[in-house]
Design a protein around this ligand. Sequence first.
Ligand code: SF4
Length: 170
Amino acid sequence: MRSILFESLLKAPLTEPGPGRDDAELAQLAAGLDRAARARLGRSLSIRQVDAGSCNGCELEIHALNNAFYDLERFGLRFVASPRHADVLLVTGPVTKNMREALERTYAATPDPKWVVAVGNCAADGGIFAGSYAVEGGVSRVVPVDLHIRGCPPSPEALLKGLLALISDA
Ligand code: SF4
């Protein structure tokens, strides 16, 4: 045990270096999104994430937007706990039969104007879960979808680009 402790003091940590990022591009994207949201809504964008049955891979990328690496909140964009406070629903996963009603109720509780973004291949058409007895299929089978952001999972940059395109075109 003692030798392990000494070794751990001398050895470098076994973590991988973080992915490279273009901070300027990221800052430009997020600032552009905030500007577009303020022009459209008069305030910054509030996002509610809904997991309708995903494997959690898409959630990890969405959560990354809020971590210390991407730090989306520095641009005023924020995730909210209630659909009643949201402008955008970010929906992941194929919609499972068990989550269908929850998604419908979440959509109904979100005030207009609202946008629904289907995140990931599963949210687009069921992805690898398509045809399963337990799923309804893509998100558009249950609620109207304004934008699909494909990928398995899509990267945080792809999510930002998709949101920016959505708000700018609205
Ligand atoms: S798109 Fe990929 S990462 Fe996202 S829920 Fe489906 S399988 Fe998981």
